[in-house]
Ligand binder design. Structure first.
Ligand code: HEM
Length: 425
């Protein structure tokens, strides 16, 4: 639509005015020049400033992330061992493994518990996929608020049911952790207090969706799902481009060595893997329209009047494939991210590459997402060779939605790659 209607256009959906912005110049106006005006969400997140402060300043501070390395390591090693003992030579759902590794490591770091032992695995992933799907589904109630109480499509009812199932599992995990913290003898007092405050906050905000607001927990859960989704896309692109797979694995052999497992201190030297991940973010941004914002006052963007209360979508998907900005945007060419004069980061240093958004509502989970993604991918690619099953063709089609997922799961067959088999123990 951006090609037909230009870099800014409006969609009148019932009574709701939606504005879609699809050029780096105009995105800059929204998220930098008018960041305060567009810093509200639609739907809202209750008490977001306070939550964000605790989340970014404490839970995801560098010290806390460094402290959580042992937990991340344990979860990644568990998955490697599981693949080695149960999946070698068999058809394996790679996304499923990436998801359970990422979510268990994230939940353990954030609120101390994994969801193992709660019939989690597949069921939980299905619940998360369902909620992401329901959030993305066009809902007549959003466009005609007067009809909202009838919930004509039943989306509200379904979403509440799924949310409540997710909330129950997470609340139980949080409560368990609070009990453990209360009785724990070790751990710094300051850190224990911060963790307790944060968990208390999550518990209080977790179950209240009555006002139609999204909770931070929803977004954290969504965040882990997006991390696993992009991981699956990276592996898919590498399987489609065997020459890039060879480059990434050769780099791993050289930096890590086949008699070692990947460690976080290897990351800064894995330049080719970094470029492959960025190129995949470019082609398959997991949150293609970012998370919608709402204008808090009338503003002019690109010469157009934007009324107060409009919903703004920032179209990262379109921006990341504009031919005037990117050479051969539809081709998988990680080398473009290896050019030192063209350095891109995830903080939105250039407005043509925005997979995590920008400004005061930029993704709060970037440091964790980046570390987890790197760790899971580097470990899976270093520890195993992955081949498509003989009878399968690689499907690279996607389902466009609030999160861009693969249409069909990536099924691949792993074989061991390390020279020291004891590392798989
Ligand atoms: C590949 C992984 C991820 C992607 C692509 C992603 C992308 C995004 C995007 C596009 C936004 C909206 C930014 C904006 O409006 O400018 C966002 C918000 C957010 N993300 Fe992420 N995210 C990821 C992982 C995570 C993780 C792992 C967490 C937490 C554990 C997380 C927590 C959040 C939170 C809390 C917000 C809301 C921030 C706010 O509204 O102030 N995200 N994310």
């Amino acid at each position: 639509m951006a090609r037909v209607y230009g870099p800014i256009y409006k969609l009148q959906l019932g009574t709701k005015l939606c504005i879609v912005v699809s050029s780096p110049e105009l995105v800059k106006q929204v998220v930098r020049d008018h960041d305060t005006t567009f810093s509200n969400r639609n739907p809202t997140i209750a008490d977001w400033r306070k939550l964000r402060k605790v989340f970014v300043g404490q839970m995801l501070s560098k010290i806390n992330l460094d402290d959580g390395y042992a937990l991340r390591k344990e979860e990644v090693h568990k998955s490697i061992s599981h693949i080695y003992h149960d999946k070698i030579g068999t058809q394996t759902d790679v996304g499923e493994f990436a998801f359970s590794t990422v979510i268990n490591a994230t939940l353990r770091m954030l609120w101390g518990a994994t969801l193992q032992g709660t019939n989690f695995g597949e069921d939980y992933r299905k619940l998360v996929a369902e909620i992401v799907y329901l959030f993305a589904k066009p809902n007549i109630s959003d466009y005609f608020p007067v009809l909202a109480r009838f919930d004509i499509q039943g989306i509200e009812r379904q979403a509440k049911k799924v949310q409540s199932a997710i909330d129950k599992i997470l609340s139980r995990a949080i409560e368990e952790q609070m009990k453990m913290l209360a009785s724990a003898k070790n751990g710094g007092v300051q850190q224990k207090h911060e963790r307790k405050d944060f968990l208390q906050f999550l518990l209080e905000n977790n179950n209240n969706h009555e006002d139609g607001s999204t909770s931070f927990t929803d977004i954290v859960v969504g965040g882990t799902d997006t991390t696993a989704t992009i991981g699956e896309w990276v592996l898919t692109e590498l399987m489609q481009h065997p020459e890039e797979m060879i480059r990434v694995q050769e780099e791993l052999t050289q930096i890590v060595g086949l008699n070692n497992l990947v460690e976080e201190f290897h990351f800064p030297k894995l330049h080719h893997l970094d470029a492959v991940i960025k190129e995949t973010f470019c082609l398959h941004p997991p949150v293609p329209l970012l998370v919608p914002r709402r204008s808090s006052q009338p503003t002019i963007i690109g010469g157009y009047y934007i009324p107060k209360g409009s919903t703004i979508f920032l179209n990262a998907w379109a921006i990341q494939r504009v031919p005037s900005v990117w050479d051969d945007p539809l081709e998988f060419r990680p080398q473009r991210f290896l050019n030192p004069s063209n350095s891109f980061d995830y903080q939105g240093n250039k407005f043509q590459f925005l997979p995590f958004g920008y400004g005061r509502r930029i993704c709060a989970g970037i440091p964790l997402a980046e570390r987890m993604l790197f760790y899971v991918l580097a470990s899976f690619l270093h520890s195993f060779d992955w081949k498509l099953p003989n009878d399968k063709k690689l499907d690279v089609s996607d389902k466009f939605g609030i999160v861009t997922k693969k249409n069909t799961p990536l099924i691949a067959v792993p074989t061991p790659r390390l020279s020291n088999l004891e590392l798989y123990a």
